[in-house]
Design a protein. Structure first.
Length: 257
């Protein structure tokens, strides 16, 4: 958004914050796209414009990729619309498709930005581990037929906690920024045939979680040792890590402010 347009938006009477959940399977990511491609942001802005009687331009905590889901995406926007905050959920959800839901709505401080005010995020990644595929899991997890050694992956993940240069897990095409991030938690747990990875950090690089999971799966398959995983981390070279995990297993779980 151009600076002068941003100032025009911020001159409006209200700053509204929303907590959004969505199934990303039918969308080309979150960030607004040109027709005929549809992203989550396109749908939200179109329906919120009807609710508020105003043009809407969203700022978002994260720009999730095509096929990625969210429990806790946060957005904000400026508007002169007068609908009370306690009526926004019913009005918005009555217009939105069933795969996008507004979970919370509030009057935000003037300086609140869903993107710039965030200080940490939590992502989840789910794997369906079974010799047979599950048709009800195919859009919500990565199907891996072979058994994975969870203990070896957990040992490898211990190195991720702390402040590190994550260049080995950074995809090309992202915004230029420092590759150094602080990981507060990196864990993996099993529940039946499902494995769930949890990554809690002060920020993430482009495709960082999917690249981490892709490499950790190689540890789980015995193709990379936990010590070898650490060497990949310390190489600061994307070519040393494994292929990117599929998008459908990734969830933006929570954004902290």
């Amino acid at each position: 958004m151009k600076k002068e347009h941003k100032e025009e938006m911020k001159a409006r009477a209200r700053n509204i914050g929303l907590l959004i959940a969505y199934d990303g399977g039918n969308y080309h990511g979150f960030q607004r796209q040109l027709p005929p491609v549809t992203a989550v942001q396109n749908v939200l802005e179109e329906k919120l414009a009807l609710v508020f009687g105003d043009t809407i331009e969203l700022a978002a905590a994260g720009r999730t990729d095509a096929g990625v889901h969210a429990y806790g995406q946060v957005v904000n926007f400026f508007t002169d619309g007068r609908i009370p905050a306690d009526r926004i959920l019913r009005a918005a959800n009555s217009l939105l498709p069933p795969d996008i839901v507004v979970r919370e709505a509030w009057e935000a401080d003037r300086e609140f930005s869903a993107r710039h005010s965030a200080h940490s995020k939590i992502y989840l990644y789910r794997i369906w581990q079974n010799p047979l595929p599950d048709p009800f899991q195919r859009q919500y997890s990565w199907h891996i037929r072979q058994p994975l050694a969870v203990e070896a992956m957990q040992e490898a993940m211990e190195y991720l906690v702390g402040t590190h240069d994550f260049s080995s897990f950074r995809a090309t095409g992202g915004a230029p920024m420092s590759p150094v991030r602080t990981m507060y938690e990196a864990s993996c747990r099993r529940a039946g045939d499902q494995l769930e990875f949890r990554f809690f950090a002060n920020g993430f690089l482009y495709h960082m979680v999917r690249n981490l999971v892709g490499t950790l799966v190689q540890v789980g398959l015995g193709r990379i040792s936990p010590a070898g995983f650490r060497e990949i981390c310390e190489a600061h070279d994307r070519q040393q890590a494994a292929a990117t995990a599929p998008a459908q297993g990734l969830y933006l779980y929570k954004v902290n402010y």
